[in-house]
Write a protein that binds this ligand. Structure first.
Ligand code: WTA
Length: 692
């Protein structure tokens, strides 16, 4: 028999109608319920006429085929890519049922290909060498650049040749810690070209977090930049990398080579600390290498990249994606979810440090031969109209962002939007957290002038690409619903016992069977892979999200049911924040929960007990927040520290997070039964400490 992991046993936020839904879910669902009855938003006939999928019937037909004959469906699509050798014998083989043995998933096994070749060379051979592949917009308005497909390939090849020259070969890890410069996708593609495994670390992570990832994947090289500007701030990235490399060396992982791209508009090399012998200036070496670099042909199941992401417990885990299935899946989901046309100009505001930037800044769009905008800066700098200024400047047609940005801009008023034309926009996209119907409507009505369908794409680092997403033009939309599954994806909603629920229902969101883009393992820990994702509900992939299906079959995501939170679309585990807090010498114990936040979606709320003899002061509070910033990164800084002379625990010592969530969200009349606590009096004490 398989035991349920702790986070499932405690079942904190099951989104059922039994009064135990979280407040965020209640808000989203409440708004949604009112909206969904009457509010179907239909695509215009013109949009549907030209759409890749123009009716529910067409969707149903394609979907049915994808489920009944996945091998046929996906192999026809895969055949549009270049394979040095075709896969054999099977299109896919899978075991995702832990009761039948180890979880193993393979797609296009035996097929020999290269994702960089398919993204660049193949598109150039098709006559698109002079098409713009990347536009770059810098932090300051007026700073910009661009590369055609042919120019991008040249740059990728130069870096690939340099990496080979310094000894990077197939299967070696390369850590990339770059801001949103064109060099970031260039570095990813250069690794892919030579079969190296990239691990991009979001350049907002601290030295500690970067070191942790370096120690785990032991890269041959770290590629970084000296600095980045975000709005009015300059961030010295190289100093962070220096600290991380020192920390890794202390842990026995010495990296011999750090390739540094000088971000000239931000900080000069002279102002950057340099370690001779280890640090090499990109601009000095890379341009000297040839612009042709032969491709390293790899098996479809050879690793493409590792991306660390947060779970309910423990350290971040290295999500491992392989080549062939990921390639086919990101390309296909991009094409359909954005109704991609060759004339489109596409802008995704996500950073390549997160999965969205992997699948939908770099690989998915470039595999389609799309023109992609890369933006270095902050979306409301120099003012909250910047996004729409950029949209007009580049005639962006597809704009993909997170609800947190939509809500932040919505607060600034419509004038920042309406002063720009935005005529070019065709499709809008949303990702990272549930989009509440009022933000959806503002996005739709104000930004998109009630003309552009919204693709609310539900997916995860682990899934590689979209699993539940509107296909614009196919269906009428419901504000706040991610609508229906992508081709080949079979979502099921189960109750706590793992029974599949039918019709209108809510529960845990699982997926039956594999799809080409699913991750294949957690780096170095296949057991954790099985335990976290395949054991909670044997026979299924468990997403960690709650979901409700309405009477028309539309899906409404209700947020995480485990101890992972989505803060401004950034995923973080409460356990990671707790361990950063506890690391502080004054902190005895910490418990972190997510609370509703009007802009961020969820805010970080930390209950902290100090060690005996330390006073609860503002100064200590500040230094605790600083501890989290330095251990993880600024985006993980708690919004609130709530002093907790005691924490509510069961007699066996388990912290009752359910009660903490209620106190944090001030739902004091919903505390529930507290008699099972070892010391019920701590609850009143905590309530008293709310505003201290
Ligand atoms: C949440 C980001 C509702 C969800 C691509 C998931 C969403 C987690 C949506 C994964 C959406 C992402 N609607 N919730 N459209 N998209 N999520 O791994 O809770 O950073 O489990 O991947 O984000 O976050 P991750």
């Amino acid at each position: 028999s398989v035991g349920l992991p702790r986070h499932v046993e405690s079942m904190p936020r099951l989104p059922s109608g039994n009064g135990r839904i979280s407040r965020l879910s209640a808000v989203v669902l409440g708004e949604a319920l009112a909206a969904e009855e009457n509010d179907l938003i239909f695509p215009s006939p013109e949009f549907s006429r030209d759409a890749l999928v123009s009716s529910p019937e067409q969707y149903r037909k394609m979907y049915k085929r994808s489920i009944e004959d996945p091998a046929g469906f996906w192999s026809e699509i895969a055949a549009q890519f270049y394979w040095k050798k075709r896969w054999s014998p099977d299109v896919y083989s899978e075991n995702i049922d832990v009761r039948k043995g180890p979880v193993k998933i393979e797609w296009f096994k035996g097929g020999i290909t290269n994702i960089c070749y398919n993204a660049l060379d193949r598109n150039i051979e098709a006559g698109n060498g002079d098409k713009v592949a990347l536009y770059w917009e810098g932090n300051e308005p007026g700073q910009d650049g661009q590369l055609t497909y042919a120019q991008l390939l040249d740059q990728v090849c130069q870096l690939a040749n340099y990496l080979k020259h310094v000894g990077v070969s197939k299967g070696d890890a390369v850590v990339i810690y770059l801001p949103m410069l064109m060099e970031l996708p260039i570095a990813m593609l250069a690794c892919a070209r030579i079969g190296a495994v990239h691990s991009v670390v979001f350049a907002g992570f601290s030295a500690e977090s970067l070191a942790q990832r370096i120690i785990d994947c032991k890269p041959k090289v770290v590629v970084c930049s000296n600095a980045v500007s975000r709005g009015a701030k300059v961030i010295n990235l190289k100093a962070i990398v220096d600290n991380a490399l020192a920390e890794s060396a202390n842990n026995g992982i010495a990296v011999d080579l750090c390739l540094v791209y000088e971000n000239q508009s931000t900080m000069k090399k002279e102002d950057t600390k340099w370690q001779d012998g280890r640090d090499i200036l990109w601009q000095e070496v890379v341009p000297q290498f040839p612009t042709k670099c032969p491709v390293e042909w790899v098996d479809a199941e050879d690793p493409l990249f590792l991306l660390y992401t947060s779970g309910s417990t423990g350290k971040p885990k290295g999500v491992l994606h392989t080549t062939g299935g990921y390639m086919v899946y990101t390309a296909t989901t991009f094409k359909y979810a954005f109704d991609y046309k060759p004339s489109d100009v596409y802008w995704c505001t996500a950073d390549c440090g997160w999965i969205t930037g992997h699948s939908y800044v770099t690989y998915g769009p470039l595999l389609n031969g799309a023109t992609v905008l890369v933006f270095e800066g902050a979306p409301s700098y120099p003012d909250p109209g910047r996004c729409w200024d950029i949209v007009d400047k580049y005639k962006v047609t597809l704009f993909y962002t997170a609800p947190t940005l939509v809500r932040a801009l919505m607060r600034e008023g419509d004038e920042y939007v309406t002063r720009y034309s935005r005529k070019s926009l065709r499709v809008l996209g949303s990702v990272g957290e549930p989009i509440n119907p009022s933000a959806w409507r503002w996005f739709y009505n104000v930004v998109g002038d009630s003309r552009c369908p919204i693709s609310d794409t539900w997916w995860q680092t682990e899934t590689g690409g979209f699993l539940i997403t509107p296909i614009p033009g196919a269906w009428p939309q419901k504000p706040g619903s991610a609508t229906f599954p992508f081709f080949g994806v079979q979502p099921v909603i189960v109750d706590e016992k793992g029974n599949e629920l039918e019709g209108e229902c809510s529960g845990y969101l699982c997926i039956k069977n594999s799809w080409p883009g699913i991750f294949r393992s957690l780096y170095g820990d296949h057991e954790r892979y099985e335990t976290t994702y395949f054991k909670p509900f044997a026979g299924y992939y468990f997403s960690g999200d709650g979901c409700r299906r309405d009477k028309d079959g539309y899906h409404w995501l209700t947020g995480r049911v485990d101890d992972v939170i989505n803060v401004s679309g950034h995923r973080i585990g409460t356990a990671e924040i707790e361990s950063a807090l506890v690391y502080h010498p004054h902190c005895a114990e910490a418990a972190v929960v997510g609370v509703d936040h009007p802009v961020k979606g969820q805010g970080i709320y930390a209950f902290v007990t100090l060690v005996d003899g330390v006073d609860y002061t503002d100064e200590v509070r500040k230094s605790l927040i600083l501890a989290v910033r330095t251990q993880i990164g600024a985006f993980a800084a708690p919004d609130k520290i709530h002093w907790a002379p005691g924490l509510p625990k069961t007699r066996s010592g388990k912290i009752m997070r359910r009660i903490l969530r209620k106190i944090a969200s001030k739902q004091l009349d919903e505390l529930g039964d507290i008699s099972t606590l070892a010391e019920p009096s701590v609850v009143n004490q905590l309530i008293e400490f709310t505003d201290r």
